[in-house]
Write a protein that binds this ligand. Structure first.
Ligand code: S3P
Length: 168
Protein backbone atom coordinates (compact mmCIF):
# COMPACT_ATOMS: atom_id res chain seq x y z
CA UNK A 1 0.00 0.00 0.00
CA UNK A 2 1.12 3.54 -0.73
CA UNK A 3 1.37 5.78 2.29
CA UNK A 4 -1.62 7.76 3.52
CA UNK A 5 -0.66 11.27 4.64
CA UNK A 6 -3.21 12.95 6.90
CA UNK A 7 -2.90 16.72 6.79
CA UNK A 8 -5.18 19.51 7.96
CA UNK A 9 -5.49 22.20 10.58
CA UNK A 10 -4.86 21.59 14.27
CA UNK A 11 -7.84 19.91 15.89
CA UNK A 12 -9.20 18.21 12.78
CA UNK A 13 -8.52 14.74 14.20
CA UNK A 14 -5.49 13.61 12.18
CA UNK A 15 -3.87 11.60 14.99
CA UNK A 16 -7.07 9.87 16.21
CA UNK A 17 -8.20 9.10 12.67
CA UNK A 18 -4.73 7.90 11.66
CA UNK A 19 -4.55 5.49 14.57
CA UNK A 20 -8.02 4.16 13.81
CA UNK A 21 -7.21 3.61 10.11
CA UNK A 22 -3.95 1.87 10.97
CA UNK A 23 -5.83 -0.60 13.20
CA UNK A 24 -8.44 -1.27 10.55
CA UNK A 25 -6.03 -1.97 7.74
CA UNK A 26 -3.08 -3.16 9.79
CA UNK A 27 -0.71 -0.51 8.50
CA UNK A 28 1.99 1.22 10.53
CA UNK A 29 0.90 4.42 12.22
CA UNK A 30 3.26 7.37 12.57
CA UNK A 31 2.40 10.59 14.34
CA UNK A 32 5.02 12.89 12.85
CA UNK A 33 4.96 15.39 15.75
CA UNK A 34 5.45 12.57 18.28
CA UNK A 35 8.23 11.15 16.11
CA UNK A 36 9.97 14.56 16.08
CA UNK A 37 9.58 14.86 19.86
CA UNK A 38 11.10 11.41 20.36
CA UNK A 39 14.00 12.03 18.00
CA UNK A 40 14.78 15.44 19.49
CA UNK A 41 13.93 14.44 23.04
CA UNK A 42 11.96 17.69 23.41
CA UNK A 43 8.33 18.74 23.18
CA UNK A 44 7.15 20.68 20.14
CA UNK A 45 6.45 23.64 22.46
CA UNK A 46 10.04 23.59 23.72
CA UNK A 47 11.44 23.35 20.19
CA UNK A 48 9.39 26.44 19.20
CA UNK A 49 10.42 28.27 22.37
CA UNK A 50 14.12 27.46 22.24
CA UNK A 51 14.82 27.38 18.49
CA UNK A 52 11.87 29.11 16.82
CA UNK A 53 9.36 28.08 14.17
CA UNK A 54 11.73 28.05 11.13
CA UNK A 55 13.96 25.53 12.93
CA UNK A 56 10.92 23.34 13.67
CA UNK A 57 9.89 23.53 9.99
CA UNK A 58 13.34 22.27 9.02
CA UNK A 59 13.03 19.30 11.36
CA UNK A 60 9.53 18.58 10.12
CA UNK A 61 10.73 18.56 6.50
CA UNK A 62 13.71 16.30 7.21
CA UNK A 63 11.75 13.80 9.28
CA UNK A 64 8.99 13.68 6.66
CA UNK A 65 11.65 12.71 4.11
CA UNK A 66 13.01 10.01 6.43
CA UNK A 67 9.60 8.55 7.14
CA UNK A 68 8.48 8.61 3.50
CA UNK A 69 11.11 6.04 2.55
CA UNK A 70 8.92 3.21 3.88
CA UNK A 71 5.55 2.07 2.55
CA UNK A 72 2.35 0.77 4.14
CA UNK A 73 2.13 3.61 6.64
CA UNK A 74 -0.54 6.03 7.81
CA UNK A 75 1.23 9.26 8.71
CA UNK A 76 -0.50 11.99 10.73
CA UNK A 77 1.33 15.24 9.97
CA UNK A 78 1.46 18.50 11.89
CA UNK A 79 -0.98 21.14 10.69
CA UNK A 80 1.71 23.33 9.14
CA UNK A 81 3.44 20.68 7.02
CA UNK A 82 1.65 21.98 3.92
CA UNK A 83 3.25 25.42 3.91
CA UNK A 84 6.39 24.01 2.28
CA UNK A 85 5.65 23.06 -1.35
CA UNK A 86 8.39 20.39 -1.29
CA UNK A 87 6.46 18.57 1.43
CA UNK A 88 3.28 18.59 -0.66
CA UNK A 89 5.20 17.32 -3.68
CA UNK A 90 6.71 14.49 -1.64
CA UNK A 91 3.42 13.40 -0.08
CA UNK A 92 1.57 13.38 -3.39
CA UNK A 93 4.31 11.53 -5.26
CA UNK A 94 4.65 8.86 -2.62
CA UNK A 95 1.10 8.31 -1.41
CA UNK A 96 -2.30 9.90 -0.98
CA UNK A 97 -2.60 13.30 0.68
CA UNK A 98 -5.83 13.41 2.68
CA UNK A 99 -6.92 16.69 4.22
CA UNK A 100 -9.22 16.70 7.24
CA UNK A 101 -11.12 19.94 7.81
CA UNK A 102 -13.41 21.36 10.48
CA UNK A 103 -15.20 24.66 11.01
CA UNK A 104 -13.36 27.37 12.98
CA UNK A 105 -15.81 26.93 15.90
CA UNK A 106 -15.23 23.19 16.05
CA UNK A 107 -11.46 23.72 15.86
CA UNK A 108 -11.70 26.23 18.70
CA UNK A 109 -13.72 23.81 20.83
CA UNK A 110 -11.43 20.84 20.16
CA UNK A 111 -8.20 22.75 20.83
CA UNK A 112 -9.45 24.91 23.71
CA UNK A 113 -8.40 22.64 26.54
CA UNK A 114 -4.87 21.81 25.45
CA UNK A 115 -1.88 24.10 25.70
CA UNK A 116 0.68 22.08 23.74
CA UNK A 117 0.15 23.96 20.46
CA UNK A 118 2.42 27.01 20.47
CA UNK A 119 0.62 28.73 17.58
CA UNK A 120 -2.68 28.69 19.49
CA UNK A 121 -1.17 29.43 22.88
CA UNK A 122 -1.76 33.16 22.31
CA UNK A 123 -4.09 35.77 23.85
CA UNK A 124 -6.68 35.47 21.05
CA UNK A 125 -6.66 31.88 19.74
CA UNK A 126 -9.90 32.42 17.81
CA UNK A 127 -8.25 35.14 15.72
CA UNK A 128 -5.12 32.99 15.30
CA UNK A 129 -7.30 30.16 13.96
CA UNK A 130 -9.09 32.50 11.55
CA UNK A 131 -5.85 34.03 10.22
CA UNK A 132 -3.95 30.73 9.88
CA UNK A 133 -6.88 29.03 8.16
CA UNK A 134 -7.14 31.89 5.66
CA UNK A 135 -3.38 31.75 4.98
CA UNK A 136 -3.28 28.01 4.56
CA UNK A 137 -6.43 27.35 2.56
CA UNK A 138 -4.48 27.42 -0.72
CA UNK A 139 -2.19 24.68 0.56
CA UNK A 140 -4.80 22.42 2.12
CA UNK A 141 -6.85 22.59 -1.07
CA UNK A 142 -4.08 20.74 -2.92
CA UNK A 143 -4.93 17.47 -1.13
CA UNK A 144 -6.10 14.48 -3.17
CA UNK A 145 -9.07 13.93 -0.83
CA UNK A 146 -10.78 16.33 1.61
CA UNK A 147 -13.12 15.28 4.41
CA UNK A 148 -15.03 17.62 6.72
CA UNK A 149 -14.85 16.13 10.22
CA UNK A 150 -16.97 18.79 11.97
CA UNK A 151 -20.03 16.65 12.56
CA UNK A 152 -18.93 13.05 12.22
CA UNK A 153 -17.21 10.55 14.52
CA UNK A 154 -13.59 9.43 14.25
CA UNK A 155 -14.86 6.02 13.11
CA UNK A 156 -16.93 7.62 10.34
CA UNK A 157 -14.02 9.81 9.19
CA UNK A 158 -11.79 6.73 9.03
CA UNK A 159 -14.40 4.86 6.97
CA UNK A 160 -14.76 7.78 4.56
CA UNK A 161 -10.99 8.05 4.12
CA UNK A 162 -10.72 4.34 3.36
CA UNK A 163 -13.64 4.46 0.91
CA UNK A 164 -12.11 7.43 -0.93
CA UNK A 165 -8.63 6.00 -1.48
CA UNK A 166 -7.66 5.25 -5.06
CA UNK A 167 -8.10 1.57 -5.89
CA UNK A 168 -4.85 0.18 -7.19
C1 S3P B 1 1.29 23.14 13.90
C2 S3P B 1 0.50 22.06 14.25
C3 S3P B 1 0.90 21.12 15.31
C4 S3P B 1 2.42 21.10 15.47
C5 S3P B 1 2.95 22.49 15.67
C6 S3P B 1 2.61 23.42 14.52
C7 S3P B 1 0.81 24.05 12.82
O1 S3P B 1 0.42 19.82 15.01
O2 S3P B 1 3.03 20.51 14.36
O3 S3P B 1 2.40 22.96 16.88
O4 S3P B 1 1.63 24.84 12.32
O5 S3P B 1 -0.38 23.97 12.45
P1 S3P B 1 -1.14 19.37 15.09
O6 S3P B 1 -1.80 19.80 13.82
O7 S3P B 1 -1.05 17.89 15.19
O8 S3P B 1 -1.72 19.99 16.31
Amino acid sequence: MNNIYLVGFMGTGKSSVGLRISREIKGDFIDLDKFIEEQENKTISDIFKEKGEPYFRGLEKNFLKDVAVKKNQIIACGGGIVIDPDNIKLMKSNGTMVCLTASPDVIMERTRKSNHRPLLNVPDPQEAIRALLADRQKFYSQADITIDTSEISIKEVATRVLNSLPKD
